[in-house]
Design a binder for this molecule. Structure first.
Ligand code: G
Ligand code: G
Ligand code: NA
Length: 256
């Protein structure tokens, strides 16, 4: 089993790495977003999925230094890409519920210091929040969201359309983007009712002045439907799997 000790060592020894999945802007026909996804190469267990170690990190509070590391590393990548001539790339960072609830102020400070240290624009950074956060919609949480907006970073709501979906809550938060969960996209081409749901959701989200990313897009048929429905961004294997920062740069230049 993975232990707290292994996670601590991983941080100290630099066993973590970020990979970046390209996000395609349908209207402008460019790759201008990337989602940072944490990778852990354990010296003898090999690659361990964040699905397996993030819950442990959350239980042991190691999620705090890990999130700080992710924020710093993502900001540095933006800087590195800028030096290579990749301008105006927005990188999204996954932030777990715990980081918002227990240390909102520190989270804002961590984002500010990552941005300053790298010398990048705050608008290059977007935080992705899993939607289960919304069921606990408190005043304090709202303050953190507005503080983050205040420094100029963007906010996205992840995995929309799974368990806790609520259109009611999202109207009160300053969201820039909502990500439609893969489960909404996967059966869409075969199922007219799923098409109706996806199209209606996009319409409602747009009505609130929020942009839409469709996740888990794997086929050209799915893209055609989503284009038709007015979806703004596409993420999925149709374009690319998550890539190392260098491979992302190569992919970016091969597309432009
Ligand atoms: O790409 P992959 O299948 O490994 O991602 C699995 C899940 O792990 C994703 O759904 C994502 O929400 C989560 N995840 C990936 N990177 C991070 C991270 O840096 N922080 C947190 N909290 N979750 C992450
Ligand atoms: O929303 P979340 O952070 O959970 O999404 C990231 C996860 O989805 C990662 O595990 C990533 O590897 C995975 N993923 C990204 N694109 C696709 C896709 O097109 N199909 C499938 N099955 N998984 C994908
Ligand atoms: Na995510």
């Amino acid at each position: 089993a993975i232990l707290e000790k292994d996670l601590k060592i991983a941080l100290e020894k630099g066993e973590f790495e970020l990979h970046y999945q390209p996000i395609y802007d349908i209207h402008n026909e460019v790759i201008n977003h990337a989602e940072a996804l944490l990778r852990w190469e354990h010296p003898y267990l090999g690659r361990i999925s964040p699905l397996d170690f993030i819950p442990i990190a959350e239980k042991t509070k190691l999620i705090i230094p890990i999130t700080d590391w992710v924020i710093g590393a993502a900001c540095q990548t933006v800087r590195r890409w800028e030096k290579m001539g990749i301008m105006d790339m927005t990188v999204s960072i996954n932030v777990s519920l715990l980081s918002f609830e227990n240390r909102g102020t520190e989270l804002v400070e961590s984002v500010v210091s990552g941005i300053r240290a790298a010398g990048i624009k705050p608008t290059s950074i977007k935080l992705e929040i899993t939607e289960s956060i919304l069921i606990r919609d408190t005043d304090e949480l709202r303050k953190v969201f507005y503080d983050l907006k205040g420094i100029g970073v963007k906010l996205a709501l992840d995995d929309f359309g799974t368990g806790y979906s609520s259109f009611g809550c999202m109207k009160d938060l300053p969201l820039d983007i909502i990500k439609l969960d893969r489960s909404l996209i996967s059966n869409m081409v075969m199922d007219e009712r799923e098409q109706m749901i996806a199209e209606s959701m996009i319409t409602i989200i747009h009505g609130l002045g929020i942009q839409v990313v469709a996740e888990g897009v794997e086929t050209a048929e799915q893209l055609t439907f989503l284009k038709d429905f007015g979806c703004d961004f596409i993420q999925g294997y149709l374009f690319s799997r998550p890539l190392s920062a260098d491979d992302f740069a190569k992919y970016y230049f091969s597309m432009s």
